[in-house]
Ligand binder design. Structure first.
Ligand SMILES: [Mg+2]
Length: 405
């Protein structure tokens, strides 16, 4: 980290310049008292000084600012490095999408039932299910203002759907697998591989189909757009088939995607991008994202995701908003800029203050007693205050205050 490096060099400089000052004054024939006084002044000026503190204060400020903006920073170096990110890889389900199914279309197959009737029958059967597909259908029923009828003789068809008696009729909601098993033809319009389709059967006849899709988060559109405006490439990783991946890719205008990625391959895809000299951030929510989160240069977890993802990641998006990835990068950049700015000020100041304290200008009668030096510190602090670097000034004032008492 920058702060550690700066503090290290500061210590080296303080000690070596201090001893050098001591040796030099002895060498030119000054008294030991004089030499020690000059050495002490140099070390006192340098050691507890803003050069080492300017950065930690920026760090503290940026951490609390980030927290207020929905970023939980677990790893400081990763945060500092966020400014270097050139590619952000997003997991699809649960990260770019909501991870829940919404009804995208309802179609009548026999022409005798309208959308409301099909949803009514399906929702009656799905009423007690916790499955994401069931929840999607029930949401649609609510949206259409349908009062969901009761069901009797409810039964699950293992792995293939559910059945029961609704309004005195034998109704089933089943997957394509059930139709295949029964030797029934899948209607042409339901062969779209981009969607998850369920079939509604009445007395073994298909009366309609419901197509569902995992909804893209509203915030994902803006997140991708903003990242691309910043010149950062956006990629997507998913285990889903190529058609589903391509649809999301086109919709969000991503730079590219990896589809049909097996869980253990996610990490390989991150490595692949890294080998192309990209600085990769991985954003994910699932258990299977964890190795990729660890491999990425910056691992970002969605707050609503699994504990393992959160555990592995460097940064957690508390509000589960992909837009916060942009804030993270902007914060990372701003923090670094502020650190550099403070370092430049502090270094410039030391370039002036250290030789003065060492007594370099003694020959011309300029020798600064500790009291006068405090005055200079004060003036510098006031000057810095008006040049708008408050953290630095704060440290300066604190330092001066400590010296005075
Ligand atoms: Mg996921």
């Amino acid at each position: 980290m920058l702060a550690d490096r700066a503090a290290f060099w500061l210590t080296v400089i303080a000690l070596s310049v201090g001893f050098l000052t001591f040796a030099a004054w002895l060498f030119v024939g000054q008294s030991i008292t004089f030499a020690i006084e000059r050495m002490a002044t140099v070390m006192v000026i340098t050691c507890p000084h803003a050069l080492g503190l300017a950065i930690p204060l920026v760090v503290a400020m940026s951490t609390s600012l980030s927290a207020k903006n929905g970023l939980l920073i677990k790893n400081r170096s990763a945060f500092e490095n966020a400014r270097k990110i050139s590619v952000v890889v997003f997991d699809k389900t649960g990260t770019l999408t909501e991870g829940k199914f919404g009804v995208s279309s309802v179609k009548s197959t026999d022409g005798n039932h309208d959308e409301k009737e099909i949803i009514k029958f399906a929702s009656a059967l799905e009423k007690s299910s916790e499955h994401p597909i069931a929840r999607g259908i029930l949401e649609k029923a609510q949206e259409l203002g349908i009062s969901v009828p009761d069901v009797s003789d409810f039964e699950a068809i293992k792995g293939k759907g559910v059945q029961g008696i609704v309004d005195g009729q034998n109704v089933k909601v089943v997957s394509p697998g059930y139709l295949k098993e029964m030797g029934m033809d899948i209607p042409d319009h339901a062969k779209d591989e981009q969607l998850t389709v369920v079939f509604i059967l009445k007395d073994e006849n298909i009366i309609g189909t419901i197509s569902l899709a995992d909804k893209i988060r509203e915030d994902s559109y803006e997140a991708i757009q903003k990242l691309r405006e910043l010149g950062i490439k956006c990629w997507m990783l998913t285990g889903d088939n190529n058609q589903i991946a391509k649809k999301v890719n086109d919709e969000l205008k991503l730079d590219g995607y990896f589809a049909e990625v097996l869980p253990h391959e996610k990490l390989e895809k991150v490595k692949e991008l890294q080998s192309k000299n990209e600085y990769v951030a991985m954003t994910g929510d699932g258990v299977n994202d964890a190795p990729a989160l660890a491999q990425a240069d910056v691992g970002i977890a969605i707050g609503s995701g699994t504990d393992i993802a959160a555990e592995t990641a460097d940064i957690i998006l508390v509000e589960s908003n992909p837009k916060d990835v942009t804030s993270l990068i902007l914060f990372g950049r701003a923090t670094y800029k502020k650190m550099i700015q403070n370092l430049v000020w502090a270094t410039g100041y030391n370039l002036f203050a250290i030789p003065l304290a060492a007594g370099v200008f003694y020959k011309w009668g300029i020798i600064i007693s500790p009291a006068v030096y405090l005055l200079i510190l004060w003036k510098t602090a006031i000057f810095l205050y008006f040049t708008a670097i408050p953290y630095y000034v704060f440290v300066e004032l604190l330092t001066v205050y400590c010296y005075m008492w």
